[in-house]
Design a protein around this ligand. Structure first.
Ligand code: HEM
Length: 120
C-alpha cells in the first residue's frame, strides 16, 4: 500500500517535471532545464525499479498468446516511451551548455542528436 503512494507521487512529479521541461526557459532557464532533465532520467530508472515485477512478468509472458492485448499494447507503449525519453536525455547531454559545456553542439535536441549519430 505504502509503495503505491510512492509510485503515485513519483509519477505525479514526473508528469509535472516533464511539462516544465517542454519549455527550457522556465524557472531560471537552462540550469534548471538541464539538471531537471538529468534528474528526470534518474526518476525513469526509479520508476522502472518500483515496477520491476510488472516488467519481469510481462517480458517473460510477451510470447504467450494468452497475454491480454491490454498488457501487450501497454508494454509496447512503455518501450517506445523509454526509447524516446532516453534519446531526448542522451541528445540533451550533447547539446548541454551548463552541465556539460565541453560537449556543447549547435542546434536543438533533434538536429544535434542527429549530428551525434553521424559522428558515431
Ligand atoms: C525528458 C527530458 C527532456 C525534455 C522533455 C526536454 C525538452 C526540451 C525542449 C522541448 C527543448 C526546446 C526545443 C529544442 O531545442 O529541441 C529543449 C531544449 C534544450 N534542452 Fe532539453 N529536454 C530534456 C532533457 C534535457 C537534458 C538532460 C539536457 C542537458 C543535460 C537538455 C538540454 C537542452 C538544451 C541545451 C536545450 C537548448 C535550449 C536553447 O537552445 O535555448 N535537455 N529541451
Amino acid at each position: 500500500m505504502k509503495k503505491n503512494y510512492v509510485k503515485i507521487i513519483l509519477d505525479f512529479l514526473m508528469a509535472l517535471t516533464f511539462a516544465l521541461l517542454m519549455e527550457p526557459k522556465v524557472l531560471g532557464g537552462l540550469p534548471f532545464h538541464e539538471i531537471a532533465g538529468l534528474v528526470f532520467g534518474v526518476a525513469i530508472l526509479t520508476h522502472i525499479g518500483l515496477n520491476i515485477k510488472w516488467v519481469k512478468n510481462s517480458t517473460l509472458k510477451i510470447c504467450d498468446s494468452k497475454l491480454p492485448i491490454k498488457i501487450r499494447v501497454s508494454y509496447l507503449l512503455n518501450i517506445l516511451l523509454l526509447i524516446s525519453l532516453s534519446t531526448i536525455i542522451f541528445t540533451g547531454i550533447f547539446i548541454s551548455r551548463v552541465v556539460f559545456p565541453s560537449l556543447a553542439m549547435n542546434g536543438n535536441h533533434m538536429i544535434r542528436g542527429l549530428q551525434v549519430f553521424q559522428q558515431i
